[in-house]
Design a protein around this ligand. Structure first.
Ligand code: MV4
Length: 448
């Protein structure tokens, strides 16, 4: 196992990683910006190093400072968490050159999945069902029209370097494809410095269902079931649940087996997520994330497997502690992302938490680095915590979530807690009959 792990992140995920390290008896190093001196992950780590001013580019994204912190403290591994440097292939390369273990997949796997065209071709080759569309980048109108005619309208044009919804354009018919192609290319070029785009059949009302996978880097790989992340606003997930209300056991096993085999075929190492759109009972691959995700706790709750511990084991060469037959899914879990934002306008609400009372009791988990008196800095993502509940059935899980939301008090700032209190009594949420557009429509209907 590692001698010392440096956590190159902040907030609740830094704390989450720290907890796994502590349970494994691994000393930890927290790095932080000057804005995060009083953060909980800094207080709880064995050592901490200030790596720069508040702006992320000067601190949490500053590879030189993070490397220096490793040298000073003697850390032999870095966990990147999510966001920041977690899917930066160059960072993984640099760590390798310095004999520091990147707790994540190989730089090559990060690179392949970072290019959505390569990712899709790789997925297809590995037997994963993909959205019908172009095999490669599209530059010419004639080519775009030929592909679109073949797959049928509407089509969507996406940036190869995109993800997270940026640089997408829908074309409803041949008359609008030329403009969609050119707009998508110029937006992609401006946003990512890469104007490569590709075309897919546009799915009008899918669900977003993703499969958690884990590889041992030696041809072993498993799946840990799916998460339904259809409830999103502006490509930000708001509430996630596992299992998906749309899937039955046979459907789960079928897509899970496909994903596990793909991970084995790739020789993938560590945790990953294979993202799908799901419509009319069919799965269509869109992207693969090569990191631990924000919503990983709901998978942990239904499998009782510590995903960060498994990441640490795999990266250190100890191998996974579980085989596929040890992954037994029980019950249902839901996560609410608590953001320091106004619940209706979603305007960020940094400031001091004057009173804090998190919920507790059976099946309730709160992953958060905040505490009473903590001042949320204005420089970073507004996620301040996650409320995760687990119960034997989805119905019991929703009842437990309502109860936990009633107990949760965060005063002094605005949070998204009131939004969740509304959502958990909504008939569509209770029935589980929502798609990727449901939340935006719901918010629009409540606005007037
Ligand atoms: C799509 C799609 C419909 N058809 N692809 C948005 C983010 C990016 N990761 C993929 N996205 C979409 N790709 C095809 N072929 C609709 C979306 C989409 C979406 C996907 C997941 C969750 C929320 C979404 C909201 C709007 C659009």
């Amino acid at each position: 196992m590692f001698k010392k792990v440096l956590i190159a992140n902040r907030g609740e995920i830094a704390l989450r990683i720290l907890r796994a390290c502590k349970e494994l008896g691994i000393p930890t190093v927290a790095v932080h910006s000057t804005a995060d001196e009083s953060a909980m992950h800094v207080r709880l780590a064995d050592e901490s190093v200030c790596i720069g001013p508040p702006a992320s580019k000067d601190s949490y994204l500053n590879i030189h400072e993070i490397l220096a912190a490793c040298e000073i403290t003697g850390a032999d591994a870095i966990h990147p968490g999510y966001g920041f440097l977690s899917e930066n292939a160059k960072f993984a390369d640099i760590l390798k050159e310095h004999d520091i273990t990147f707790i994540g997949p190989s730089a090559d796997h990060i690179r392949v999945m970072g290019d959505k065209i390569e990712a899709k071709n790789t997925a297809k080759r590995l037997g994963i069902p993909v959205v019908p569309g172009s095999d490669g980048a599209i530059t010419e109108d004639t080519e775009a029209k030929r592909v679109a005619a073949e797959i049928g309208y509407p089509v969507i044009i996406k940036a190869a370097s995109g993800g997270g919804g940026r640089g997408m354009k829908v074309a409803l018919n041949e008359a609008s494809i030329s403009e969609a192609l050119h707009t998508a290319r110029s937006e992609a070029g401006a946003a990512f410095g890469d104007d490569a785009v590709y075309i897919e059949k546009y799915l009008s009302t899918p669900r977003h269902i993703e499969v958690q996978v884990m590889g041992d880097g030696k041809g072993g790989g498993i799946h840990l079931g799916e998460r339904d992340c259809s409830l999103q606003r502006r490509h930000q997930k708001v509430l996630e649940e596992a299992t998906s209300p749309a899937l039955d056991e046979a459907g789960r096993q079928k897509i899970g087996d496909i994903c596990a085999k793909a991970i084995q075929g790739l020789g993938y190492s560590g945790a990953g997520t294979i993202e799908f759109l799901w419509e009319n009972g069919e799965f269509y691959f869109i992207e693969m994330n090569t990191r631990l995700q924000v919503e990983h706790p709901i998978t942990e709750m239904i499998t009782r497997i510590d995903l960060v511990t498994e990441q640490l084991r795999v990266a250190s060469g100890a191998g996974m502690s579980v085989k596929q037959e040890d992954v037994i899914i029980t019950g249902h879990a839901i996560e609410c992302r608590i953001n320091a934002e106004h619940p209706k306008t979603f305007v960020p609400s940094p400031g001091t938490i004057s009173y804090y009372h998190p919920p507790g009791g059976l099946g309730v988990r709160v992953d958060s680095g905040v505490y009473q008196g903590y001042k949320i800095p204005p420089y970073y993502d507004s996620l301040i915590g996650k409320l995760i509940v687990h119960a034997r059935t989805r119905e019991e899980c929703l009842a437990r979530l309502r109860r936990a939301l009633d107990e949760f008090v965060v005063d002094g700032i605005e949070t998204t807690l009131p939004l969740f209190r509304d959502l958990v009594t909504n008939p569509d949420i209770i029935a589980g009959t929502y798609d990727i557009h449901w939340l935006e429509k719901y918010l629009a209907s409540k606005a007037d």
